[in-house]
Design a protein around this ligand. Structure first.
Ligand code: NAD
Length: 361
């Protein structure tokens, strides 16, 4: 049996089998466990370990607290044709966001566009995954997301945390080319990346965190040990303003709620407001495609800044990671692996079985 405290490298297929087995132990259907496994492992494959399998222990914890409901589906609160308001019923976000986008894709097929509000879902993970679902259907999509959880991000000019890492995402398909996928947290770094830094025992960059007194620090532990500190928004006032818009569109226009008190719970509730557009139906698909190609060539011809190896479009770093990790496997740090093995154990899945599924036996 491998030492649970050693770091491991696991290929995507076996890692999905591990996730399916753990999620299956929460009573999920095979479809649900498969959707969760696909999205978490895709996050690792694209280099976003913050939103990959390291989330499993938190999901198991919230499930055991009775706050994450298994085998749920979205409920239609309002069906206005191209406009849909959906409730995620505190089910697995990987199912809720998938079903919400499937409904949106169907409606965009009918009307050329769809506006989808999804509220009250558990964590929907890496938002780019949902943009990629729309891209596969030839659709542009925009996603404004808020998070109901312990506040972790300070407003611009503030000294304590008032909201969460509110991600914003835009997907643009490019026929015959890799799509553009802009997908980031509006905080300086995603909360999961602070966790990854803490688990690796490394500091975060300067100008990223405040301690509980509102003073700058590079120690990731301030986000996990009471009294908590805060992450700064990215891009000074501009990132903060985008976070506010994500809070209001994602949290309120979707039919969900905004964060306006300290949430004591361990659950991570996501609300997402999405706009899907079929460029063919807008009559501008050929123009979009030609102009994107011209623009991409133009920006990539800029002389390289010191330390840069090439100029990338949004989505390219993820494509690079996907190639590399698809071939070499996904590295998982010792703390994260031990936590996953521990979470599996809480559900009666033995370490030996987790290692066998991971191909480490
Ligand atoms: P990040 O800082 O790594 O930024 C990622 C974005 O920047 C991508 O679009 C990427 O293609 C682009 N990018 C990165 N380097 C680039 C370069 N050199 N040139 C061009 N483009 C570049 O992302 P993040 O803020 O750490 O967010 C990580 C993930 O966390 C995202 O997938 C996000 O959706 C997710 N997230 C989810 C939640 C939630 O509650 N569900 C909350 C926050 C973040």
């Amino acid at each position: 049996m491998a030492d649970a405290a050693s770091s491991v490298t696991v290929h995507a297929g076996p890692l999905k089998a591990v996730v399916r087995a753990i999620i299956g132990r929460t009573g999920s259907s095979a479809r649900e466990a498969g959707l969760v496994a696909d999205q978490l492992v895709e996050a690792n494959l694209t280099g976003h370990d913050s939103h990959g399998v390291g989330m499993l222990p938190r999901y198991v914890e919230v499930f055991r607290l009775g706050r994450l409901k298994v085998n749920q589906h979205v409920s239609v609160v309002l069906d206005g044709g191209a406009l849909l308001t959906l409730d995620g019923n505190m089910g697995y976000g990987q199912v809720m966001a998938y079903e919400a986008m499937q409904l949106g894709i169907e409606r965009a097929g009918e009307y050329g566009t769809a506006v989808v509000g999804l509220s009250n879902s558990h964590h929907i993970g890496r938002i780019g995954h949902w943009a990629e679902q729309c891209i596969a259907a030839g659709l542009i999509s925009m996603h404004y997301v808020n998070v109901i959880s312990q506040p972790v991000v300070a407003p611009f000019g503030g000294r304590d945390a008032r909201f969460v890492t509110n991600p914003f995402c835009v997907g643009i398909p490019r026929p015959g080319e890799q799509p553009i996928v802009l997908d980031f947290a509006t905080s300086r770094i995603a909360m999961g990346k602070v966790r990854v830094a803490m688990n690796k025992g490394v500091e975060v960059g300067a100008d990223t965190l405040l301690d509980h007194d509102g003073e700058p620090t590079r120690d990731p532990r301030v986000m996990f040990e009471r009294p908590f500190g805060a992450i700064l928004p990215f891009g000074e006032h501009k990132g903060y303003c985008l976070a506010v818009v994500c809070e209001l569109l994602g949290g309120a226009l979707s039919g969900g709620r905004t964060l306006h008190q300290r949430s004591p719970g361990r659950e991570i509730i996501n609300n997402m407001f999405s706009i899907l557009i079929d460029p063919q139906r807008l009559g501008t698909a050929a123009n979009l495609s030609a102009e994107t190609a011209e623009f991409a060539t133009w920006v990539k011809q800029s002389p390289l800044a010191q330390g840069a190896d090439r100029i990338k479009l949004p989505g390219e770093p993820e494509q690079d990671h996907r190639r590399e990790r698809g071939a070499k496997g996904i590295p998982i740090d010792p703390t994260t692996w031990a936590e996953i093995v521990g979470a599996a154990g809480l559900l009666g899945l033995k370490q030996r079985e987790v290692e066998r599924l991971a191909g480490l036996g």
